[in-house]
Write a protein that binds this ligand. Structure first.
Ligand code: GUN
Length: 292
């Protein structure tokens, strides 16, 4: 059984980006600049955005964090987005999700300039992805593709089962795994809360990508011998005995499932760190496009 080590792989990618940024600096060029907008005080969101900003520092990018209160109106947020769209110093930016209830997420994502949409959430970029055109691929699916590629996991002709149809992970993942090329050329089944007899489907899968947020959902009896397991779940489980007051766990019953499979991602240290590395990669891509 091979552990798909997202922490190590993301460090390799960050080292590669650091080198490219160093060359940009040596040539007197502007370095990539990522901005992140965060509305409210959600603990997990603040942690994610903090990690994104630290990752920028590590590779030599500039970064800007825009913090707005939980009471921010949709108009105020849209005004901030227009400022970032117009600011020539910013190469790419993200609006951390979820947003407070008073704000229409779809409207906000549509206001982001597609050329700066390093999350790949704008309908233009999502459509480009579905049509095999060059675009910003959403960071989590992009990170999974990169992990499969770097570990040379075969996907051609395999049956990939995706669990969860979120706009951020499941839906784009189902499109990407069925695309031409590598990693891709898979036969894809997209499952969700209305899927009947999910065990019958997952137990036929060569590759399972689970993005549900339900700890321990995927059990050993749902998995075929030798399957490849990608766990995108990140759930904080309260635990007073830990210093932070919680621990992080995935969708997969790792202890039992890992005994049956050929490859598996751990949580933490699997898909999570890859997401951040690929956001950096998209920001680098945005800088390179703006330079041309
Ligand atoms: N919330 C959970 N995942 C993501 C992500 O990849 N990007 C943004 N902007 N928000 C998120």
């Amino acid at each position: 059984m091979i552990i798909l080590d997202g922490k190590k792989t993301s460090n390799d990618i960050k080292d590669e980006i650091t080198q490219i940024v160093q060359e940009m600096k040596n040539n007197g060029e502007k370095v990539p600049h990522l901005a992140a907008v965060i509305v409210g005080n959600d603990g997990a969101s603040l942690t994610y955005v903090g990690s994104k900003v630290r990752a920028c520092e590590r590779v030599g990018f500039e970064s800007t964090m825009v913090r707005m209160p939980n009471t921010t109106s949709e108009t105020e947020l849209l005004r901030e987005i227009h400022k970032l769209n117009k600011n020539p110093d910013i190469d790419g930016f993200i609006v951390q999700l979820p947003l407070p209830k008073q704000i229409d997420t779809q409207k906000v994502l549509m206001a982001v300039d597609p050329d700066k949409d390093v999350d790949g959430f704008h309908p233009t970029n999502f459509g480009r992805m579905a049509l095999d055109m060059s675009t910003f691929i959403p960071a989590t699916p992009f990170g999974i593709l990169e992990l499969l590629e770097r570990y040379d996991v075969s996907t051609k002709g395999k049956h990939t089962v995706v669990i969860g149809r979120s706009h951020i992970v499941g839906r784009p993942m189902s499109i990407l795994m069925g695309r031409k090329g590598f990693p891709g050329n898979s036969t894809v089944t997209l499952t969700h809360s209305h899927t009947k007899n999910i065990t019958q489907i997952t137990s036929q899968a060569d590759i399972i990508i689970t993005a549900l947020g339900v700890p321990g959902f995927l059990k050993a009896e749902m998995v075929k011998e030798g399957a490849v397991i990608i766990d995108v779940g990140i759930t904080r489980v309260p635990d007073e005995s830990r210093e932070r007051g919680y621990y992080i766990t995935g969708d997969v019953d790792f202890e039992n499932v890992s005994k049956k499979v050929s490859h598996i991602t751990p949580v933490p240290g699997g898909v999570g760190p890859m997401t951040i590395a690929m956001l950096l990669k998209n920001t680098l891509l945005a800088r390179e496009r703006h330079r041309e």
